[in-house]
Write a protein that binds this ligand. Sequence first.
Ligand SMILES: *Cc1c(COP(=O)(O)O)cnc(C)c1O
Length: 419
Amino acid sequence: MKELLNLNSKTWELYEDAKNELKDVFEHIDEVCEYNSLKVMNAFYENRVSESHFNATTGYGYNDDGRDTIEKVFASIFRSESALVRNQFISGSHALAKTLFGLLRPGDTLLSITGLPYDTLHEVIGIEENPSSLKSFGISYEQIDLKDNDFDYEKIKEYFDSHTAKVVEIQRSRGYSRRKSVSLDKCEKVIHLIKECSPNTIIMVDNCYCEFVTKKEPSEVGADIVVGSLIKNLGGGIASNGGYVVGKKELVDLVAESLNLPGEGKDVGPSLGANKSLLQGIFFAPSVVASALKTSVLASFMLEKLGYKVDPRPYEERVDIVETIEFGNSEDFITYCEGIQEGSPIDSFVKPIPTDMPGYKDQVIMAAGAFTQGSSIELSCDGPLREPYLAFEQGGLTYDTAKIGVLKAVNKIIERDLQ
Ligand SMILES: *Cc1c(COP(=O)(O)O)cnc(C)c1O
């Protein structure tokens, strides 16, 4: 491999070290993968998945047995009453937007207890002006920030002493921020607290990037409704698009009526041939998530050895598949992204260049050579070109292919420094 990839000795030594030192971490990842694979297989057995479920419906999509079975499989995996798993959801952002519009009514309040929500939700909520936002329909938004990377339990308790909220949003993964991602233990604790203060408040979890990273999902620790993307973990790199919503039946039904139309919630929605890829996606997902995790751990180990600040650190417990690397200068950041791009299966010959992007004040660089557009369960690395030059790296469909990306990227930085 050293010769085929033309790696210098320092990169190779770092990689050999990583292989020895990370054995226990990888073993733990494999153990979680084994458990989640069992979860998936049991869901397939229980719901008698069969070849006929690959069939497509068109038009209204009535009686789509495959689609309905996929939803039962997701509900089993999440130990929840109901699920909505649709290719009519463009991606996770759309599923989140439809969930919020489905649950909230004029006069209601949405409360985020993990600080500022993910970027694509700002216009949905009305944090940034948009004539179609929740705010434009008279829905208020309140926010309680995290405190020392944990929930601000005191502030939350105080809030419910004098206010109410129809929906509380918990975003587990950090998004494009510097905070830590939130573990399920912490979620469980805060959910108990809120349920005590305000039993009727709906707890919604944005679960993007966190599925199958640990053995439990938020619906197993009291969340009422859980939302995520199918171009991330649970699509397994196979689903071409889509999103999922799982949780209490009455809530999932409201989201279905918001996605489709009142009176025709879950009953309509043609699968148009997506069923087989959604089933294959969830089948592969535990193993793909394990590969993505190993890729992040490898990058974390090698880049920390090179002196960069990484988060999470190589041996730290993980909540999601994202690795952040603080490059401290634009040159290292860009060089690393070029290496990731060179190591991608698609568009390996392309050079990523920082450019202006809608919604960002600074230029953004994005390295991604993916089979599915925007799919960040595939190896990708991106971030805004500003202090402290923080890169967000995630994904890797197979560890053996994704690690080539990391090795090329690390090698590129070392080579440049040697010159
Ligand atoms: C990626 C992400 C989303 C949006 O999902 P898309 O599929 O990219 O639309 C929402 N929330 C979080 C925390 C995310 O990481």
